[in-house]
Design a protein. Sequence first.
Length: 697
Amino acid sequence: MSKLSALKDRIVGLPSKVAGAEKQSGQYLRLLLSSDPEPLDYVLLVVGFITSVASGVPFPLLGILFGQLVDDLNSTSCSTSSTSSASLTDGVVTKVLDVIYVTIANFCLIYIHTGCWSLLGERLVRRLRMRYLDVLLRQEVAFFDTLPSGEVASRLDVDLQTIQTGTSEKVGIFIASISYFVASYVVSFIKSAKLAGMLISLVPAYLLMALVGGHFTQKYASRMSDHVAAATAIASAGLSNMSLVQAMGASSRLEAVYARHIGAAQREGIMKAIVASVQLGCLYFIAYSANALAFWQGSREIAASVDTGSGTTVGAVYTVIFLLVDSSFIVSQIAPFMQIFAAASSAFTKLVVTINKPSLIDGTTTTEGQTFTTIPGDLEFKNVEFAYPSRPEVVVLKSFSLRIPTNKHTALVGLSGSGKSTVAALVQRLYDPVRGDVFIGEHNMKTINVKCARSFIGTVAQNSTLLDRSILENIAYGLVNSPLPEHIELRETLLDSSLPDLAQAIREGANPEEALAASSANVQTIVRLVRDAATEADALGFIDRLQYGMSTEAGPGGNRLSGGQKQRVALARAIVRRPSILLLDEATASLDSASEHLIQMALERVSEGRTTISIAHRLSTIKNADNIVVMSQGEILEQGTYTDLLARDGAFANLVRLQTLASSDEPISEIQTEDANEDEEYLQEKIDNTVSNSCRF
């Protein structure tokens, strides 16, 4: 009963599958005209379609000519006239010339439609690639927090390649095949309506096999693509963190997870191949059945014409059989193409989800929101609550209120997870609060142009990343989004090849002074600004000692420089635009004592006259801060100067004591784990007790 029920469900559900195929066809048409096509694309589409349809007509014409040749040969062989040989020769020559003319026309039509569809596919994929990347660059950080690893690479590589395969010359071949199929039946009905009428009953079988097979092929292809994307994400994450994988002995586990996804993709691929094989086998069975039926019915009609002296000729039967037998095999070409088109449509559907997604925080537009030439006032958080989109159940900031005065140094301290970096992210408007608001002066951050607001901020992170370019370019790119008029004039030079060409020339042996003198005035201005910023960041000394100076390549991620050197280059990049707000997110946390001392002196020097927000790991680096904000679990426990907070003997004093203990002369190996845990529990208890006793600001 269960099998009968399942069969009934399949039969009942067939109309919905056909409707799904129609929906897929509509999606494919939207794909061909997606991403703002230009007039040339419409021309290519129209010309390609017309020539594709036209290229299906010459084959039926050849069938007619071959049928006429058969009739001529048959009539000549049955004739006893002496003139039959000469007339046969003339007729054959005429028809052979007609065949040549038809094949030349067919060559031209195929050449045109292949070129049109190939060019249309290339242009379509280029537009989709640019549109997809443009949309990604406009998305807020929260979008990427919930995006699976490897998703973007899979879309840009696998899906776009699938779309290109399904929108190029194969479209022209598909249309030409359909045109040939239809034209063959038209000619066959003209030549022998009875014979063609019997064979046309096979058309629904062709369509049914194509639709059902295409549906299941698309389903398994989509599943296989998802598993491959997941496997790619696992491999990408593992290879990007190979040192960690090997240190933790996770290679075998990573391989097992990767193998599981690949195995699932293989199973889906096998199912896809089985469906395609069954579909193709059925199509060939139908085609050969049509052959047998055509020969049987044709022989009967020829026999009838011999008996009656009128009716279907041998040439007409030959034409019908030749065309219908050949057009039956066209279905074997159509079926794989339908799978390719379905896969392209499926890939486009995945891309459209991202392409049509509006950005909640667009940092690239210059038209939305208020703009300013100078920072309009103090930064202020008012009753802000925040949770990361990837962890909505964890509230990171709770009724958080804080004023950060202009041209003052405000430091944020606290245990890990207290919300310090979240405050920095909200200042840059990488996220929006769940509740409450962030203000600059009297203006809500949500009403200010995002690009404008970020142009006032220079950021130095704990592990700064440098581009695989010269040090000159790495620092100079900090000028790109500068709001200062004198820097805006340099933007075009910053984005062209002038700086890379200068650095390359110096690395190839050119004299630096002569190469710079031969450069444009804008390049000379940029180099001067870069050197000034490097001097202020205490980076010029070590840069000049490098083999090529400013032209030295930093390497991927800046791996050719030490940690301290990278941080100083990053600091120079942050201050080269002379930002009004300097955001230091544990800028010295990962450095050794000597490098930390150099960076700290540079930070104190560049912080003068700027609104500085520093997230401090080492409390000794914020002794000169105008205001220190102690945070715990998304709330402010206390704030004040370094001396005032120590005198209160509250949460900050406990943090100082814990850090002093950790940095004491006692060897780490002699500090027992239990004692360390007790110290941390004691600290947390003291902080919790301080919540009710500390002054809130």
